[in-house]
Design a protein around this ligand. Structure first.
Ligand SMILES: Nc1ncnc2c1ncn2[C@@H]1O[C@H](COP(=O)(O)OP(=O)(O)OP(=O)(O)O)[C@@H](O)[C@H]1O
Length: 358
């Protein structure tokens, strides 16, 4: 799928932008602080109703304004288009799809799946398991329609159990929530494990191409491997009661990547981490394409950062080969060689104004 029309209002320094991207490669260039990342941020908002940079939306809304808006037209397989729009303010999220107001932001993600590779991408590896769970859950959400209700039911049961633990409720009341936690937790675990199994061959292929070798991939379900979830909850019951929260479960799961028996984050350079994390994104896109017969939009912020010319070229050729509609930013177009990668559109950004270069 591709974004064939984009309008942005009041997103950081982008006061009013209207562009018609092409369905393959869109190069966005401009000096530092011109507004390139803000343009990608606006597309991300249209998909996930949140920024990839900062959590409080007030930082993203243009100073002295109360809300921002992003509107897009998405073309799917077969040429049909969907109009999506989002308005966000401090206490406001208004989403419209084909003229209808929708309540849930997950509806946006279903219409416009977006992936991002940016200079922070090494966080997937370097920082806590939360980032790797988010990575997995993006993929499972898009390829397995049962995922969202299961995820929501699990987290509801978890919230109730944690509230009962904090309130020092009687054990029988806490155990009441265990039944639901176990049922939905096992379903969530199975969905994620199946997803990791499907993703791993793609990840191996992209790691080989970008790094020359592939890490071992292992899904850690969020409790000790020598027992099942029920036994883990039972074993941790007293500790959970003492500390007022649930220590075991899919909310503590992790995706462990090891090379030569060591977690990759312990010995990979920044550039290697960027390549590995990019391989993870490319694997997700390939697996998505396999299952859905569609391709997400891929945002690549500051492609050249951390990469030498050879690795930059290798990554670019895999990004192009993925078939995704690409939005790639760089300070100079000369850093990105798109020879032979037609069609390409180039946009120049200056002080928040975006012009197509013809
Ligand atoms: N809420 C806001 N309102 C207005 N302007 C903002 C706001 N937040 C950030 N800015 C400004 O928006 C400009 C664009 O920032 P952006 O990060 O998009 O630039 P960029 O082109 O990606 O730069 P770089 O190449 O340095 O990464 C910056 O000058 C920044 O100070």
């Amino acid at each position: 799928m591709s974004l064939v029309h984009l309008e942005i209002a009041r997103v950081r320094n982008l006061s009013s932008v209207r562009i018609v991207p092409c369905d393959r490669i869109n190069l966005i260039h401009g000096q530092n602080a011109s507004g390139k990342t803000s343009l990608l941020e606006a597309i991300h908002l249209l998909s996930l109703a949140r920024s990839f940079r900062t959590h409080p939306i007030q930082h993203v809304i243009q100073r002295d304004h109360a809300s921002l808006t992003v509107f897009g037209r998405i073309q799917g397989r077969g040429g049909q288009t969907t109009a999506v729009g989002i308005e966000k303010g401090r206490d406001l999220t208004r989403i419209r799809i084909n003229g209808q107001t929708v309540q849930k932001s997950s509806a946006l993600a279903a219409v416009l799946p977006v992936q991002i590779i940016n200079p922070d991408i090494h966080r997937i590896l370097e920082q806590g398991p939360r980032y790797r769970r988010q990575f997995l859950d993006w993929g499972v959400f898009h390829v397995e329609h049962t995922f969202l209700p299961v995820w929501q039911a699990y987290h509801k049961a978890l919230r109730q159990r944690n509230a009962a633990l904090r309130a020092q409720s009687p054990p029988a009341e806490i155990r009441y929530w265990d039944t639901q936690l176990i049922e939905h937790g096992q379903q969530l675990t199975a969905l994620r494990q199946n997803y990791v199994a499907a993703l791993t061959p793609w990840l191996t292929r992209y790691c080989q191409a970008l790094l020359g070798s592939a890490p071992e991939v292992h899904y850690q379900p969020g409790w000790a491997q020598d027992r099942d979830f029920q036994a883990a909850l039972e074993k941790g019951f007293e500790r959970d009661r003492q500390q007022g929260f649930t220590h075991s479960g899919p909310h503590r799961a992790d995706l462990v990547l090891r090379q030569e028996k060591m977690p990759v984050q312990n010995h990979f350079s920044r550039g290697q981490q960027k390549l590995l994390a990019s391989a993870m994104r490319l694997a997700q896109i390939a697996q998505f394409r396999d299952v859905r017969d569609q391709i997400p939009v891929l945002l690549v912020d500051d492609l050249p950062a951390e990469l030498d010319p050879d690795r930059r070229a290798r990554l670019l050729s895999l990004l192009v080969e993925s078939g995704a509609q690409l939005f790639i930013t760089a300070t100079e177009t000369g850093l990105i060689d798109t020879t032979g990668c037609e069609p390409v559109k180039v946009f120049h950004v200056e002080h928040g104004a975006v012009q197509e270069v013809v």
